[in-house]
Ligand binder design. Structure first.
Ligand code: ADP
Ligand code: GN1
Ligand code: MG
Length: 355
């Protein structure tokens, strides 16, 4: 804890630090809640530099995006506010890591799962509006913080390599799961092909649209502030949509062990379609709307193969709490993909009636 106190001294924070505690459920960064006297709260984060290798560019992206959004925002709580270091930089780096501080967005809720269809609609509206607001952001100014982040064929190639290498000898126990990923190989290029055909433009997108990456207003429960901007970079609208469905349109947690509790929920899916398109405010053309279901299935199988690849590699990427954690996560994604396949016609119908 001493380490976080000495790091915080490098930032322009107000008051005396009263406490610093681990916070949130992110899989990548280390997040701390900081409480100061007079009462003021901050979020301190150690950026995972083995995943985000170019912190300078990453922080430039975040500074540019938050300034751009901040200049258009009426309410300060709708945009993340970076707290600068004492020498005016957006982050501090030493041998303990790369650190940044945000103002804590007060009177907000961060949901691990939507508690109602209305909550999910609000998450969707916020992510849709985020995309719309960034539609005229100069995309060329953004660095690719993780190259080819949602390039599913590349993720599949990485997965196949992890299977072949079998680095920690786990392959023998997961042959059925591996087969599930291989059986869908023809699907993985669908979005890249649509981009090549001109049906899917590259836009500035968030790329990590779990509902715990958006804050709702605690009183109104309306979408308030999109957070976790590490992966904001050029991408597709439909994968932003899809990653939210993967995480939120499930009746169970991403790491639920009891698969009978994990089902794809069509009502939540529909609520998200409504909210996302309302947030985008009619800015999505028909060709993109038609591909929203593909985005949902793509993100779910892609995230599944990333979890399973990490399991095969010995849990080197995602934070895990126990040895089977990544495998448990894979299985929930597999169950959701099956649910989407069973409901495919209805998923398509729901979006097509919006066109
Ligand atoms: P990770 O990349 O590890 O997922 P996040 O940036 O999503 O890290 O932060 C982890 C959690 O911390 C979020 O899910 C949210 O609960 C909380 N959080 C992050 N930033 C803020 C903020 N500015 N105000 C309030 N809560 C925040
Ligand atoms: C990671 O950082 P967090 O927990 O919001 C991951 C996402 C995955 C997600 C799965 C940079 O997101 O891509 O979809 O876990 N982020 C990165 O829960 O890899
Ligand atoms: Mg997060």
């Amino acid at each position: 804890m001493d380490q976080t106190y000495s790091v915080l001294k490098k930032f322009q924070i107000c008051g005396e630090i009263k406490s610093v505690e681990r916070y949130g459920n992110g899989h990548i960064n280390d997040t701390y809640l900081v409480v100061c006297d007079p009462y003021h709260r901050y979020i301190l984060q150690r950026i995972n530099t083995s995943i985000f290798r170019d912190v300078e560019s990453l922080m430039q992206n975040i500074s540019k995006v938050t300034s751009f959004l901040g200049a258009r925002a009426e309410d300060k709580r709708t945009v993340l506010t970076l707290i600068p270091t004492v020498d005016g930089k957006s982050f501090f780096m030493d041998e303990s890591g790369a650190w940044r501080v945000y103002d804590f967005v007060e009177n907000s809720l961060c949901l691990e799962r939507p508690e109602s269809e209305e909550d999910f609609y609000q998450c969707a509206f916020a992510f849709g509006a985020f995309q719309k607001l960034l539609a005229d952001f100069p995309a060329r100014e953004l660095s690719e913080t993780i190259p080819q982040f949602h390039n599913t064929p590349k993720r599949y190639a990485d997965f196949c390599k992890a299977v072949e290498e079998d680095a920690v000898g786990r392959r023998k126990d997961v042959e059925a799961e591996i087969a599930f990923v291989h059986e869908r190989a023809d699907f993985y290029s669908v979005l890249l092909d649509a981009e090549k055909n001109g049906e899917l433009p590259l836009r500035v997108s968030h790329n990590d649209t779990k509902c715990n990456n958006v804050l709702l207003d605690a009183e109104s429960r309306k979408g308030l502030c999109v957070i976790d901007l590490d992966t904001v970079m050029p991408g597709y609208s439909v994968t932003d949509f899809g990653d939210s469905i993967r995480f939120g349109a499930s009746t169970g947690a991403e790491d639920e062990k009891d698969l009978s509790k994990v089902n794809f929920h069509l009502g939540l899916y529909k609520a998200y379609v409504d909210g996302f398109l309302a947030g985008c405010d009619a800015s999505l053309p028909a060709s993109e709307i038609a591909l929203l279901p593909e985005g949902a299935k793509m993100m779910t199988i892609e995230c599944g193969m990333r979890f399973l690849a990490d399991y095969l590699q010995g849990d080197v990427y995602f934070k895990t709490a126990y040895p089977e954690h990544n495998l448990v996560r894979f299985r929930t994604q597999m169950k959701l993909v099956q649910g989407m396949e069973e409901n495919w016609d209805e998923m398509k119908r729901i979006v097509l009636e919006k066109i």
